[in-house]
Ligand binder design. Structure first.
Ligand SMILES: *Cc1c(COP(=O)(O)O)cnc(C)c1O
Ligand SMILES: [Zn+2]
Length: 447
């Protein structure tokens, strides 16, 4: 390995700033703050040309991979990135398939539905990843780190797609995988993938937040390696989602990047990607991030927009009012409020990456809003009319752009990139949608 000591882990709290070796499997510092992967070297933007040339993969799966094509910007293994031997030895890849199909597209019918000009709207489907969601971007890197530290078993809690992705990579690498799922609350198509890949399912009587708690305990007490998005190496791989969008736009920065908000791993990774690119001088402008919660699981929106106790929760230079967050969670518990939406991928009440999410919103002057289940279903359905597939939670990006435009927050001339996080794995949702003639895009069957 070259560049010894370039990469390390650091606590995100600037007052604490504890550092750890890159081979540490901690997901938080001693005081319970989340960690970042940090790099001492500043990558030169001549790499833009290298990345572009790799789109002709020349026989290397690491060039084919939409994640590892950008390997110099996530080189926590500290390998010689031009050496196929070193790449093959360290980097976990499903034959180059992770991120390979992902790039932004215009979708005219979606643009019309939103009321934005077709040229100004880009949508990036991440559902064509090998396990069917954006999670593969981060799982390739997390499992790379798991392998680097010699982990024998990876562990996660999941609303479905994380377990599908973890199961797939674990099977491919020949390591064990335990997945904790909230019983009865995940799409059948996702559950069946976890079984298919031979993962050990652990059913938790509770919601995702309960499942996460159990899986973290299991990882700690039984030598498991956590691959949820609180794992900082997940965040590294997911940086390539905005990398691919920006590259496709010739590194001309859009005005907005829009994500559904669940555990806020995606939001965090987009923020980190933009912070790094800006610091390195690769981009001069910073796009705003918009996070779209479901109305039924709106923790970030409530806290960010001052809907709880009137205080707008902010990153506040690394000193966010964490007491407000605890109070909010206590309030949910006391009132028996459970996250509830048909978009199970974002049915999360306690977003584990909330502090990194706040940092991303602070850096980009971002916004947070909510959309209803009906709005997400319409959005999901209009994507289909353009010949693309996405799941209900991904519809939040589109419904959110529509709402923010109606409110005048996204302007008519703004360039907007929306991330479509996963493909349809809830087979009956479109069937039910189209059999109800009251739905906006319904095409009921004839008999
Ligand atoms: C995991 C997931 C989300 C939520 O992403 P976070 O990073 O947890 O905010 C949204 N959509 C789909 C399809 C997902 O699988
Ligand atoms: Zn700390």
């Amino acid at each position: 390995m070259t560049m010894q000591g370039d990469a390390y882990l650091m606590c995100i709290n600037p007052l604490c700033a504890m550092q750890y070796s890159i081979t540490s499997t901690k997901v938080q510092c001693e005081k319970g703050h989340l960690l970042d992967v940090k790099y001492k070297k500043r990558p030169s933007d001549v790499l833009k040309e290298v990345f572009s040339q790799r789109r002709n993969p020349q026989g290397s799966i690491f060039n084919e991979s939409g994640v590892w094509r950008f390997r110099e910007l996530l080189n926590f293994c500290q390998i010689d990135t031009e050496s196929i031997e070193e790449c093959s030895k360290y980097l976990v890849s499903l034959d180059g398939a992770e991120g390979r199909q992902s790039k932004p597209y215009h979708m005219s019918k979606v643009a019309e539905f939103i009321g934005i000009s077709n040229e100004n709207l880009w949508l990036q489907p991440e559902g064509y990843n090998p396990s069917g969601s954006f999670k593969d971007n981060g799982m390739a890197t997390a499992v790379t780190h798991a392998k680097m530290v010699g982990a024998k078993k990876i562990v996660c809690a999941s609303t479905g797609n994380t377990s599908a992705s973890a199961g797939m990579f674990a099977a491919n690498e020949g390591i064990k995988c335990d997945v904790y799922i909230p019983a009865g609350q995940i799409a059948q198509g996702k559950l069946s993938q976890a079984y298919q890949f031979g993962a050990q399912i652990v059913e938790v009587d509770g919601n995702f937040d309960d499942a996460l708690k159990q899986s973290l305990d299991d990882a700690q007490n039984h030598d498991g390696y956590t691959v949820n998005s609180i794992n900082p190496f997940r965040i590294e791989g997911q940086k390539t989602i905005p990398f691919r969008a920006l590259e496709y736009l010739n590194w001309e920065v859009p005005d907005w990047i829009v994500y559904p908000g669940g555990a806020l791993g995606n939001t965090s990774s987009c923020g980190k990607a933009l912070m790094e690119l800006y610091e390195w001088g690769w981009i001069k402008k910073i796009p705003k991030i918009a996070v779209i919660n479901s109305e039924g699981a709106s923790t970030l929106c409530d806290l960010y927009n001052g809907k709880f106790e009137g205080e707008e929760l902010r990153w506040n230079k690394g000193e966010p009012n964490t007491e407000l967050i605890s109070k909010y969670y206590n309030h949910l518990d006391k009132e028996g409020i459970k996250p509830k939406t048909k978009a199970t991928a974002i049915q999360i009440g306690r977003p584990a990456n909330i502090l990194k999410g706040l940092r991303a919103l602070d850096f980009t002057k971002g916004v947070v809003t909510t959309v209803s289940d009906r709005e997400m279903l319409d959005a999901m359905s209009v994507v289909g009319l353009n010949g693309f597939d996405c799941e209900m939670a991904s519809g939040a990006s589109i419904a959110g752009i529509k709402k923010l435009m109606n409110e005048g927050i996204i302007k008519k001339d703004d360039i907007v990139v929306g991330i479509l996080t996963g493909r349809q794995k809830d087979a009956m949702l479109p069937v039910e949608y189209h059999n109800n003639p009251e739905n906006k895009f319904a095409k009921p069957p004839k008999n």
